[in-house]
Ligand binder design. Structure first.
Ligand SMILES: NC(=O)c1ccc[n+]([C@@H]2O[C@H](COP(=O)([O-])OP(=O)(O)OC[C@H]3O[C@@H](n4cnc5c(N)ncnc54)[C@H](OP(=O)(O)O)[C@@H]3O)[C@@H](O)[C@H]2O)c1
Length: 325
């Protein structure tokens, strides 16, 4: 079977990891890179074994051989370039946060449906083997009846322009908060009844650190602290009536400890990734494309929208909008 040719928009940090992954898998190849600078695209292509280097995003979208476009741009640019890629007839895998807001995400998904193209959010932590452990936690009864989720998650990233600049749709919520919300949503499932939040906004009106409380319709409560100001210990805990599940790995949930109420360890569930963790989302994207599906099975359009809508509500409560909203 022919390899799916991946074209990457933006020669930045995460683009490197995707290029490596696409070249590792049998199903894909890192075929093209597009940058606003031809020189940068060529350097990226040489370093990462990418066949074609384009000095503009448009030029790559005009290449008929690109099958799947990976959008590795600041959040502010996901909607416009995701849309341009779909209009060019390409399948789209866009980095988290999928777009700036739910409205943009709905538009992209509607366009993908209309054109019969795959379009999904690269929330890679949803596809790793560890995610299945969390997905099944409620039903497994390993910690009794699940009651609550607690997360602290943060990095000192405030010096990075993509994070502090409102014009790039920066902020802790869209950058790291999206992982905490995805973790809570994965472990708790079901619908959210209410969200409360406190956002610490910068002078430019961008959230630096947030506290979020969620109550699910079925009664569970989540308490999340996220930060782009300070590195804090990654602690993700699911609390049940008969123990808790804990991981200090927000990325691939590769090491989950099941503890009894008195703190003694009952079970340790190790789920190492095969390569770097991106292989699972990329393989699932390829399967969806080959099966003619427009969305992921493990990160559906509905789930992306659910999280985008929550983030919209959290920002609205704090009066936080992006300049183009
Ligand atoms: N899945 C993960 O683990 C993970 C980790 C980190 C980030 N991410 C996500 O990946 C996306 C990109 O993050 P990143 O860390 O790779 O960012 P980055 O290193 O800053 O790269 C973003 C790229 O976007 C392009 N770009 C276009 N317009 C820009 C503008 N006005 N200002 C700055 N850059 C612009 C630039 O590429 P050119 O100069 O080549 O055009 C830049 O290199 C974000 O959505 C982020 O949340 C995901």
């Amino acid at each position: 079977m022919e390899k799916i040719k991946v074209g990457i928009l933006g020669a930045g940090n995460i683009a490197v990891r995707m290029a490596k992954t696409a070249n590792l898998l049998e199903e894909t190849e890192a075929y093209a890179i597009a940058s606003r600078s031809q020189e940068k695209a060529e350097a990226f292509a040489a370093e990462n074994g990418v066949k074609r280097a384009y000095g503009s995003y448009e030029a790559m979208l005009n290449d008929p051989d690109v099958d799947l476009v990976y959008v590795a741009l600041p959040h502010s640019h996901h909607y416009a370039w995701g849309k341009a890629a779909l209009l060019a007839g390409k399948h789209v895998l866009a980095e988290k946060a999928f777009t700036e807001n739910g409205k943009q995400a709905r538009e992209l998904f509607a366009l993908a449906e209309e054109r019969g193209l795959f379009c999904g959010e690269a929330m890679w932590s949803r596809f790793v083997p560890g995610a299945d452990v969390l997905r099944g936690l409620k039903e497994s009864g390993k910690i009794g009846k699940v009651c609550s989720v607690q997360v602290t998650f943060g990095e000192n990233m405030w010096h990075i322009e993509r994070i502090w600049n409102p014009h790039l749709a920066g902020g802790a919520l869209l950058d790291v908060g999206v992982y905490a919300l995805a973790f809570a949503s994965l472990a708790l499932g079901g619908d959210v009844e209410k969200v409360e939040s406190f956002l610490d906004l910068s002078e430019l009106g961008v959230d630096r650190q947030d506290a979020i409380l969620m109550k699910m319709k079925s009664g569970e409560i989540a308490s999340l602290y996220i930060s782009c100001l300070a590195k804090c210990p990654t602690e993700c805990t699911v609390i049940g009536t008969d123990g808790k599940a804990f991981t200090d790995n927000m990325w691939d949930y590769g090491d989950i400890r099941i503890l009894a109420p008195d703190g003694t360890e009952r079970e340790r569930i190790l789920s190492p990734v095969e390569h770097n963790g991106f292989e699972y989302e990329l393989r699932d994207a390829v399967s969806a494309i080959r099966e003619g599906k427009t969305e992921f099975g493990k990160m559906t359009h509905k789930e992306t929208l659910r999280i985008m809508d929550m983030m919209d509500e959290i920002r609205a409560r704090a009066g936080m909008t992006y300049p183009d909203e």
